[in-house]
Design a protein around this ligand. Structure first.
Ligand SMILES: NC(=O)c1ccc[n+]([C@@H]2O[C@H](COP(=O)([O-])OP(=O)(O)OC[C@H]3O[C@@H](n4cnc5c(N)ncnc54)[C@H](O)[C@@H]3O)[C@@H](O)[C@H]2O)c1
Ligand SMILES: [Zn+2]
Length: 696
């Protein structure tokens, strides 16, 4: 992993960078939302450090470099021994370099290492006097911390009373497990608050908050145990001589939860290679852990090795954090899509400005549900924190509200099911299409009955829903076997409507193959593609007999699309058979089927239909603007059908390949482009004359 650095060009940029970092760190350590994600913050601080190395006489006193918590946290309770931070490495090479430098300091290789997860919470010192928990202190600036004793009793793993009446200080990380975080947000929302952005923020905010009307549990993991001054008992004397792993066992015996209870740590490894293997194992388990980790902490285990290595001003020299890639980044929420699942659940999905998280580019993230969007007050254009770990679906965690410009737009919720148009059941947090599992059926029937497909008049969404709900129709083919009595049994269905619908369905059976194919809703076969396929193959049997290669002879079907069309048609085989059995037309009028004999000769033009005849033969025609005169009533789809009946090919965009542009009233850019390219233009009237023989 590389460690990029913010470029700082002059003293003014330096001062600005320091100010930005100090503000971000202050928000971060107070449990608020920082305008920077961790990567961005680290980049900035590294840039500051680089500039300071070149300009040592211009270092600002408030600079975050070299300080615990970037100097952003403080307190008035002095620590007996400094509570330091950790230095970082990012790769096996950097880690090997660290162990080598450690060996130089100690005078030999470290005897053995303990390997623990780097828990993503915040450090606290818990003071026990004769076994009773008396004080809780944050890390602060390392020399003094804030008294957070009000949180005693709310932290699991940090008992009020130890198993023995000893006077010691336990150090460790306070965090929220995923379950605790979810619970905390529920409670907070119930009290009218905004949900926390992530478990770390939640733990920091909760630990520091005094006088809250409610308490939410957190969890403690100890990773340090030390004597307190002016005490003399048997334990105090021993503590200074114990290895880290032994200290952890001791802490556990006293009743404190330690990192050793996480299934990923407590192991002491002898060699650098073993440590690296362990690091890899822990990293691989990251997404499954019930709490967040941002790295792995490796410590020289033996007290003697630690003493020989000593401390720097910001971090001990006998421990190192092997950082894992950040799983959270800040990016922008551009749009919200509403997807309907198999069971009818309508789920919002955020479209993001692409952002790289842990090596993958993320463009979508789940937004949970509408209530969650409202609670978080998310808006389009917001900067948002996006979380992704392992193979888990990325999710939008929280808006970074103070980065708003005022141009953000509210997120619109759908009023009806975005797939089938039915009502939405909004009684649960997860919205659901009232059609449930039938949503897809309703949507596909409505589509098939649409104007550009089978054009069944009187079969709108409401009627489709009624038929599906009554159990009369379970697939498209069932429409064509509906009886008069069945229809009459439906509510609001009189004799006239029934007869009209039956007539419309009878007419639909005679629609050309191109429309039947389109009605099947095969992906990638919209109106014009269906027409091209139907004109090429002439019959449904021929289409179904075609393999991917044969399909690619149709203009616009490439190597990618062809196999998926073949596969989908194979899946639809029972439905197509059922439609044919119900008497639905399966051929394209006016097209000669490719002859069997030519197929056998394998001349290459095997499945091609006879060269198109008609006034538009060989021409590519684009229609734009409003049609008038004899063409006035024709929809754009009907115009395209007309073009193809007359032997031409219809297209929606003007290019060098275009032969003719039919430009009606208010034709805009397409007409202009045609003029630019010197393409022949025709008025609707001129065109109507040209294709007069083919007008319906
Ligand atoms: N987004 C922001 O604006 C912002 C601002 C400031 C800091 N940060 C982030 O905070 C991090 C730096 O924070 P830091 O200096 O407070 O600490 P750190 O996370 O770099 O490492 C030191 C801390 O690790 C913790 N820790 C967890 N598990 C441990 C274990 N098993 N043994 C020992 N210690 C363990 C301890 O609390 C210790 O104080 C960086 O990743 C930085 O990106 C972000
Ligand atoms: Zn629906």
């Amino acid at each position: 992993m590389t460690t990029p650095v913010a470029q700082i060009v002059d003293a003014a940029a330096y001062a600005q960078a320091v100010e930005e970092a100090v503000k971000a760190a202050a928000a971060y350590y107070a449990g608020g939302t920082s305008p920077l994600d961790d990567d961005a913050y680290d980049r900035l601080v590294r840039g500051i450090a680089v500039w300071e190395a070149d300009h040592p006489d211009q270092v600002l006193p408030e600079s975050p470099t070299g300080k615990v918590a970037g100097g952003a946290a403080e307190g008035d309770v002095p620590h007996t021994v400094a509570m330091l931070s950790l230095d970082n490495v990012f790769s096996p090479e950097q880690f090997a370099a660290w162990t080598a430098s450690l060996a130089r300091r100690i005078g030999h290789e470290a005897e053995r290492f303990s390997v623990e997860p780097k828990l993503d919470g915040l450090a606290v010192a818990a003071r026990y006097t004769q076994g009773r928990l008396t004080r809780l202190i944050t890390r602060g600036d390392g020399t003094a911390g804030e008294d957070v004793s009000h949180a005693m009793g709310t932290i699991e793993g940090l008992p009020d009373e130890l198993a023995e009446p000893v006077t010691v200080e336990v150090r460790g990380e306070v965090l929220m497990t995923t379950a605790q975080f979810e619970h905390a947000n529920e409670v907070r929302i119930a009290h009218g608050g905004q949900p926390f952005a992530n478990p770390r923020n939640a733990a920091a905010g909760t630990l520091r908050a005094k006088d809250r009307a409610y308490t939410v549990p957190m969890t403690f993991f100890g990773y340090g145990l030390l004597p307190l001054p002016d005490t003399e008992d048997a334990l105090t004397e021993r503590l200074g001589t114990l290895a880290h792993s032994e200290l952890m066992t001791q802490a556990a015996e006293l009743g404190v939860n330690t990192t050793a209870t996480t299934r990923v740590s407590g192991v002491t490894a002898v060699s650098t290679d073993e440590v690296l293997t362990r690091i890899k194992e822990i990293a691989a388990l990251r997404a499954e852990l019930p709490f967040g980790i941002d790295g792995i902490v490796v410590k020289a285990d033996l007290a003697a090795d630690q003493q020989a290595a000593g401390f720097g001003s910001r971090a001990p020299r006998w421990a190192i954090a092997y950082k894992l890639p950040a799983v959270e980044k800040i990016t922008r929420l551009l749009e919200v899509e509403w997807n309907v699942g198999r069971t009818g659940i309508i789920a919002p999905r955020g479209v993001l400005e692409p952002v790289e998280i842990d090596g993958s580019t993320i463009t979508y993230a789940t937004l949970h549900n509408p209530a969650d969007i409202t609670r978080r007050d998310l808006r389009l254009g917001d900067h948002v924190m996006v979380h992704r770990a392992g193979d888990v679906i990325p999710r939008v965690e929280a808006p970074v509200a103070h980065l708003r410009t005022g141009d953000e737009k509210p997120i619109e919720f759908p009023q009806v099911c975005p797939r089938c148009g039915s009502m939405i059941d909004t009684s649960q947090e997860r919205w659901r299409c009232e059609q449930g599992r039938n949503c897809h059926l309703v949507a596909s029937l409505s589509y098939a009955a649409g104007r550009d497909q089978l054009d069944v008049e009187g079969l709108g969404a409401t009627r489709v829903i009624q038929l599906v709900e009554a159990g009369l129709v379970t697939d498209l083919a069932d429409l064509f076997t509906l009886t008069r009595d069945q229809l009459l049994s439906l509510e609001r269905m009189g004799a006239t409507s029934t007869d009209n619908l039956l007539a419309a369905l009878a007419a639909a059976k005679t629609q050309p193959l191109s429309r039947v194919l389109c009605a099947l809703g095969v992906r990638g076969t919209g109106r014009s593609m269906s027409r091209r396929i139907a004109r090429h193959f002439a019959t449904m049997d021929n289409i179904r007999a075609a393999d991917a290669e044969a399909l690619q002879q149709v203009e616009g079907i490439g190597a990618e699309k062809a196999p998926s069309i073949v596969a989908e048609l194979a899946e639809l085989a029972p439905l197509i058979d059922k439609l044919a059995a119900a008497g639905v037309n399966m051929s394209e009028p006016g097209v000669t089927p490719p002859s069997e004999t030519t197929t056998d000769t394998g001349t290459g033009s095997a499945t091609a239909s006879a060269p198109a005849a008609g006034p538009l033969a060989g021409m590519t025609v684009v229609v734009t603007g409003a049609m008038t005169g004899p063409l006035e009533q024709l929809s754009r789809n009907q115009m395209n059908e007309l073009i193809e009946r007359a032997g031409g090919r219809s297209s929606s965009s003007v290019s060098k390949k275009t032969t003719l542009v039919v430009a009606g009233d208010n034709a805009g850019s397409k007409r202009a482009k045609a003029e630019d390219l010197g393409i022949r233009l025709a008025t609707p009237d001129e065109f109507a004359t040209l294709v007069a023989d083919y007008l319906g």
